[in-house]
Design a protein around this ligand. Structure first.
Ligand code: ADP
Ligand code: MG
Length: 796
């Protein structure tokens, strides 16, 4: 059945070659109890290892059931050990962290026997070796004899043809030895048992055949077999360990060192915690920023202004910018004219464009406001005498209104009424006070209110009346020039005239506390309808007609130059990145009607309905995008100079803040990633230690038929478990840490729930943790697989 032909095996250590087996030729019967006797070092163990396929012979031939093993591949040897051979060792070699049943089942597990079948067989063989009552114990709860019985059961479990026992009673007392020998003898009734022993009495007493070994060859044989019956129906069932078995095996191993595994997992989770916390903070800050954006910053309007803007084209070669290489190495300097790199763009607002703006879906906006430099002729009166309202000292602005709706939607959104109500009619005015409820002395003076007091009752201001006077009533021609029509007394007549339009201050309003940007300056605000109605009439007024023809200021007589330079400060402030509230700038420009160009004078007299700028107030960031898309559509087919460009201040602020956050996050994540590298190295060391500790187990598994791959799998499973633990631990701890972190941040900044771990980040980090730990354990796991099973079994 088993045939050895001239088997030679030698070991090389350095220059020295030790011949362990020297041309050994032996034939074995299908069932016999063979004892091998010989001095220590005579090659007995080597013979068993070669027969068992744990060690490879150098030359000769080993034939099993007529099948030569000469050309066996690794996988075939693995299957051979699993199917055909059962090992019994002197030191039992049980896997200590597995139960007795699991130990016995391992060989069957490797050859893919079903769970119920495995269990049935394991219990059957355990009964056979007399351990029926002990099957739920762990190996270390058994005596030496009992452990050897388990080992025998394990050797029998997969029903092999050959049982190889290397000094099975070497560690047992004589009484137990005899019991074990009895057991082995019964096994030999229907199997080939080859037992190495240095006890000649036991050999004489139990074995059918005694072979004496000396210096690597057999010197005597009590019952040799000359011819070998040729049988040839030998098939091997391939072995493999699935990942679940590997997990179970490593899980049980890890369970015996919970503290170490726990601490390792914790240590390697610190990197994960670091990154997860940083991500959750940046995630939270991003959310806070976008909440802030959609809240406060969405009331930043999109502004389309007539005034000149400089557009930097230095990065756009196509637009006339430079096509020079960046960071040149030449030691040369290139003179250039900076003005060539920026073009001054002037928006030309036309009535078509204004109509286009009017067609914006009102649902997208809180409102729309126009800045006009028209100077409304207003009179105030104390009941006795009337006087002109000196607009130069007061900030007059128009409040944003919805085109269709009743006005006030924007105001209602961002302003509180302190007294009175929001405006509802076009003749309604509102007073806007600043966050301290203050109002400029000059403004109060302009309205004829005594400002030499500590405070003024708001109720006294509501109901205050002004009169709006048409140009033709307000101005009278006086030779070549126009002057205000009359003295103090007939100003009162003008005030009381039916033609005069009564304006009422209907309320005092203030920006809401949480609206972080005020877009309307403190002062008096009126509706755009009022302005447009005034302009409608003013366009055809005498003074406007006269001014259109004159080359001098019809009010002052000052000669006008055609030069349009210095057309107001609105242009200057809007040229670069706006440094102040655009409406504020516009309002300041409006408050300076004395600008000297003819255009400006005409505009202040109400000659044109084209505003100097238009501000659109989007509802939120989503609708802002719809609006800007709509505005971009206008420019699609227009030449560069005919395009109408808008300013979106909020977008500038947002992109800056987002960029800073991204940068900080990246730096911090990079720092935290260093701790991941540290844990990678740590896992590598821990796995290496584990491989060292489990060397014996590796040998046992290999003896039972595990492939090299399966050994790698066992350690990969171990690092997988640690990786999962550290991932779960890291994410769990991070979730817990966000609670105190948020509490601290709330105390410091009053921002609530800043740290929020995104579940996608959590899952990703968990996966990263698993991948990294497995990466760390990969090399030690490969080393484990390469271990020679014989050396592994020898190790202590
Ligand atoms: P026995 O089991 O009869 O005591 P072994 O088969 O273990 O003897 O060893 C036979 C000879 O081979 C011994 O001289 C031993 O030192 C040598 N030997 C065994 N294994 C190795 C090895 N891995 N490397 C070098 N020499 C070895
Ligand atoms: Mg030996």
């Amino acid at each position: 059945m088993l045939q050895l032909k001239d088997i030679t095996k030698s070991y090389k250590t350095g220059d020295f070659t030790q011949v362990a087996l020297n041309k050994v030729s032996l034939n074995f019967r299908e069932s016999e109890f063979v004892a091998i006797l010989g001095q220590s070092g005579s090659g007995k163990t080597t013979l068993l290892n070669v027969i068992g396929g744990l060690d490879q012979y150098d030359s000769g031939e080993l034939i099993i059931n007529g099948q030569s093993t000469k050309h066996f591949q690794d996988g075939e040897w693995d299957a051979y050990r699993n199917n055909s051979v059962g090992f019994i060792f002197q030191s039992y070699n049980l896997i200590s962290h597995l139960s007795i049943v699991d130990n016995v089942e391992m060989g069957m597990t490797l050859s893919g026997v079903s769970t119920s079948e495995k269990n049935r067989k394991a219990i059957e063989v355990l009964e056979k070796v007399g351990l029926k009552d002990h099957i739920h114990k762990k190996p270390n709860q058994l005596s030496g004899g009992q452990m050897q019985r388990v080992a025998i059961a394990r050797a029998l479990a997969n029903n092999p043809d050959i049982i190889l026992a290397d000094e099975p009673t070497g560690a047992l007392d004589s009484e137990t030895s005899e019991q074990i020998m009895e057991l082995i003898k019964t096994i030999a009734e229907d199997k080939l048992v080859i037992m190495v022993t240095h006890n000649p009495e036991l050999a004489e007493q139990y074995a059918d055949r005694v072979i004496k070994f000396s210096d690597g060859s057999s010197v005597s044989d009590t019952n040799p077999l000359a011819t070998q019956k040729a049988t040839s129906n030998y098939t091997l069932k391939k072995t493999s360990m699935n990942f679940l078995t590997a997990l179970k095996l490593s899980g049980k191993n890890i369970a015996t060192k919970k503290w170490r595994t726990g601490l390792t997992a914790f240590a390697s989770s610190i990197g994960i915690i670091g990154i997860a916390l940083i991500l959750s903070l940046s995630n939270g800050f991003d959310k806070q920023i976008s909440t802030y954006e959609t809240g406060a910053m969405s009331n930043f309007p999109i502004t389309i202004s007539q005034s000149a803007m400089s557009v930097d084209v230095s990065d756009h070669a196509a637009m006339g910018g430079t096509d020079l290489p960046m960071y040149p190495t030449e030691k040369t300097l290139i003179p250039y004219d900076p003005t060539e790199n920026s073009i001054i763009h002037t928006n030309v607002l036309t009535t078509e464009y204004l109509d286009y703006l009017d067609k914006i879906d009102p649902e997208l906006m809180d409102g729309i406001s126009y800045t006009r430099t028209v100077n409304l002729n207003m009179l105030k009166s104390d009941g006795e005498i009337a006087s002109t309202v000196n607009k130069g000292n007061v900030s007059f602005s128009t409040y944003p209104s919805k085109q269709e709706d009743t006005s006030g939607s924007y105001l209602e959104q961002y302003y509180d009424v302190l007294e009175g109500s929001f405006p509802t009619k076009e003749t309604d005015l509102v007073l806007i006070v600043d966050q301290y409820n203050r109002m400029n002395n000059a403004a109060l003076d302009a309205l004829g209110i005594n400002y030499n007091v500590d405070s003024i009752n708001l109720a006294d201001l509501v109901g205050y009346e002004l009169k709006l006077i048409k140009n033709d009533d307000f101005y009278k021609k006086n030779g070549e020039q126009f002057t205000v029509n009359g003295t103090a007394s007939n100003l009162m007549d003008m005030y009381n005239n039916d033609e005069a339009i009564t304006l009422n201050i209907v309320g005092v309003i203030r920006e809401q506390e949480d609206s972080k940007m005020s877009t309307l300056p403190a002062g008096i605000a009126y509706s755009d309808e009022l302005a447009t109605h005034f302009i409608e009439d003013a366009k055809t007024s005498e003074i406007v007609k006269a001014q259109q023809e004159a080359d001098y200021n019809v009010l002052t007589g000052q000669i006008l130059s055609d030069d349009i330079a210095g057309s107001g400060m609105a242009g200057m402030t809007q040229a670069g990145m706006p440094s102040m509230d655009p409406s504020m700038a516009a309002a300041m420009a409006a408050a300076m009607p004395t600008t000297s160009t003819k255009e400006a004078i005409l505009a202040s007299l109400g000659a044109t309905e084209i505003p100097t700028s238009v501000s659109l107030y989007p509802l939120d960031f989503g609708t802002k995008e719809s609006i800007t898309t709509y505005l971009d559509e206008w420019n699609t087919d227009l030449a560069e100079e005919d395009q109408v460009l808008y300013t979106d201040l909020a977008a500038i602020v947002t992109s800056i803040s987002g960029g800073i956050m991204d940068g900080i996050t990246m730096v911090l994540v990079a720092f935290a990633a260093i701790s991941l590298v540290v844990s990678l190295i740590m896992i590598s060391i821990i796995t290496y230690i584990s491989v060292m500790e489990r060397t014996k187990e590796i040998g046992v598994l290999r003896a039972l038929g595990a492939r090299k791959k399966d050994i790698t799998r066992v350690f990969n499973a171990e690092t997988f478990i640690i990786g999962v633990c550290s991932g779960v631990l890291g994410i769990g701890i991070t979730y817990l840490l966000t609670i105190p972190v948020n509490a601290i941040l709330f105390n410091l900044t009053e921002l609530s729930n800043v740290a929020q771990l995104n579940p996608i980040h959590a899952i990703t980090l968990g996966i990263i943790s698993v991948v990294l730990t497995m990466l760390g354990g990969f090399i030690p796991a490969k080393m484990a697989a390469k271990k020679d099973p014989v050396t592994a079994l020898r190790s202590e």
